[in-house]
Design a protein around this ligand. Sequence first.
Ligand code: ZN
Length: 125
Amino acid sequence: MIDPGAPSPAPLPPWRRVLRGLGHRCPECGRGKLYARYLKQVESCAACGAPIGRIRAEDGPPWLTVLILGPFLAGLTFISSRQESWPLWITLPALSAFAILAVLMLLPRIKGAIIGLLWAMNLDR
Ligand SMILES: [Zn+2]
């Protein structure tokens, strides 16, 4: 039974909600899954019932993914083009495969972090 006179628990710091999103977990409780499929959010948390499906990250995750990976991949491409010991037919497919894998790994994490940040900012509740 909840005591109405008891003090409410301290609010969770926003960075904890961002970290929960990074880990593909519900930003409210940290126990439920954030995604039903690769980038498809669940409508509500299975553990606490928070309506996290209403949070829309929109274009933020792809934009931030490109902003993070772009300079890194440009530098990696420049460095690999200066190497004369590696043939171009190896470096270009390898860099392309690395770029695709990096985007596939980073995009859901960044989307989860943005959802956690939006949840912490209480913009859609
Ligand atoms: Zn939850």
